[in-house]
Ligand binder design. Structure first.
Ligand SMILES: C[S@@+](CC[C@H](N)C(=O)[O-])C[C@H]1O[C@@H](n2cnc3c(N)ncnc32)[C@H](O)[C@@H]1O
Length: 315
């Protein structure tokens, strides 16, 4: 899929995108794009107001939820339902899988249509549950799971709200969240989600956060401006983490074990150097620059996606 480079948003807005050919996640083991497969038409009679079956979604988040509900229908089984950068989406899953071990009970909070959830269950003997507040995402996640073939571990999906999780205290060994916190509208909701992750984690459990911060977005924009490229702005539904504020709050509950800049080189190549040399080109998230860039050693702090590894203390 190609998206014009002149769309200056961090993450491409779906309104500007062409609906890609759909791919069941199960066929995407080595190639995130996979082959074209007909998807079931789950949404012939869409009802946008289907409830989340989860209590207490703050009113100010309903517009964002509707955005994801529509996007879930639009993209169906495709990994692009959550993010059009399927190359980095896949690479991120590979990085995350290294933090999981056999027997872990794992929560994927804001799992979209389950691409990463299934990728992780395929890679490791874990029991993973994906939760998303958009019913369309969960419906397609279940179809993706049905088509995934044999998994090393097991996966299940349910509709739910990260701000009020329907799980007991001290239940999970690991909680993962990727680009879900930035869809929570403001810092207060982001902190509420962090407290929910803390509540459902066992003592000693890990909270794995792969998110965008204001600070890295500013770093990347500074680099782009030096190259004469336009400043990129967040999409309307994104509120990036304010790193000092969010992590000083997090520090009251978690030990911050690691900050991993796994996408810095990738972003320098794909969002600074590539657009500098190939002006007005078409962006193709599967081209060689993207595919090679994801695997190079890291330099600097320019990568929008950064992994924060937090541990709930034992005592
Ligand atoms: C950018 S997508 C990322 C999906 C997935 N984590 C990934 O990386 O592929 C954000 C997802 O979070 C979900 N989401 C946002 N706020 C949520 C909430 N309060 N509770 C549950 N899911 C939420 C959206 O429906 C959407 O599917």
């Amino acid at each position: 899929m190609s998206t014009n480079e002149s769309n200056f948003h961090f993450y491409q807005a779906d309104s500007a995108e062409v609906l890609p050919d759909v791919t069941p996640a199960g066929s995407a083991k080595t190639n995130p794009t996979g082959s074209n497969t007909k998807q079931p038409d789950l949404w012939r009679s869409p009802q946008l107001q289907r409830p989340t079956n989860s209590a207490a979604l703050p009113e100010d988040l309903e517009a964002i939820r509707l955005h994801w509900e529509r996007r879930g229908r639009k993209y169906g089984l495709s990994p692009s339902a959550s993010w059009v950068d399927e190359t980095m989406l896949h690479h991120e899953g590979v990085i995350l899988s290294r933090y999981l071990k056999e027997g872990d009970r794992v929560l994927d909070a804001g799992c979209a249509n389950g691409y990463t959830t299934i990728q992780l269950a395929r890679a490791k003997a874990i029991r993973i549950t994906g939760v998303d507040y958009a019913p369309s995402m969960i419906d397609y996640a279940n179809v993706n799971l049905g088509r995934a073939g044999r998994l090393t571990g097991s996966a299940s999906f349910r509709v739910g709200n990260f701000l009020k999780l329907d799980f007991p205290d001290n239940y999970f060994d690991k909680v993962i969240t990727k680009r879900c916190l930035i869809n929570l509208g403001n810092a207060d909701h982001q902190k509420t989600a962090l407290l929910e992750a803390w509540r459902v984690l066992k003592p000693g459990g890990l909270f794995l956060i792969s998110e965008v911060t204001e600070q890295t977005a500013a770093n990347l924009n500074r680099l782009r401006r030096r190259l004469g490229l336009e400043t990129m702005v967040p999409l309307w539904h994104n509120c990036y983490l304010d790193e000092p504020d969010f992590f000083s709050f997090a520090h009251n509950y978690f030990d911050i074990k690691q900050v991993r800049r796994f996408s810095s080189t990738y972003y320098v190549l794909t969002w600074a150097l590539y657009p500098f040399f190939v002006r007005n080109g078409q962006r193709n998230y599967h081209n060689l620059v993207h595919r090679i860039g994801a695997h190079l050693p890291q330099v600097g702090d320019w990568g929008l996606q950064k992994l924060f590894v937090l541990q709930k203390p034992l005592g």
